[in-house]
Design a protein around this ligand. Sequence first.
Ligand code: FES
Length: 203
Amino acid sequence: MIAKKISRRNVVKYAALGAVGVTIFNSAPIALEFITPNPEWPLPPGQVRPGATRIVSLSELFPGAFITYKFNFGRATLIGGLWFFDEKVSHQRRDVVQGVGRDISGGHNENIDVPEGLVSYCLLCTHLGCIPKKWNPQTGILTCPCHNGLYDIVNGAAVVGGPPPAPIPEIKLEGRGGDVWAVGWKDINYVKSLDVYRNKGVV
Ligand code: FES
């Protein structure tokens, strides 16, 4: 049998056609995104798609853990803090508004299918909107670096020092398939009552 000889020119031609094919195949999802009417795409850099957010796998958490994550429950990408304590924590009460007090702890745990010691709060300071991320595991106090606002995380993020007028709002958690998800505000009406959150267009 005589093998069909492929000329050097044909080798180049087939290689080029193959490359085009691979490019088209790889670009298909991107091209589909362009022609699919999706007002949320593309998102600006750093923005998170609105809705529930997977935070972390439960197996990666250990008592004492503190991690931050991005989330978006409607109009803005924000930063959340997730804590895992080996003790029972006090959650925020519902149906309170800014002005009621700097301690709104004593509420029910409304998280679903996650360990008792898990709790999450939005890291947008209720004073002027800085990001309180300085965590002291020994004292259980989260500090806002701008004006030294102090939040007691084990006790409903009660304000225990500095100028913040109200606790940072709690985020509702849910366990899904071994992962922890942030699924929404615990009390949207409380968030709406916070001046900084309204002024920054969060709600
Ligand atoms: S912005 Fe947080 S204490 Fe002022």
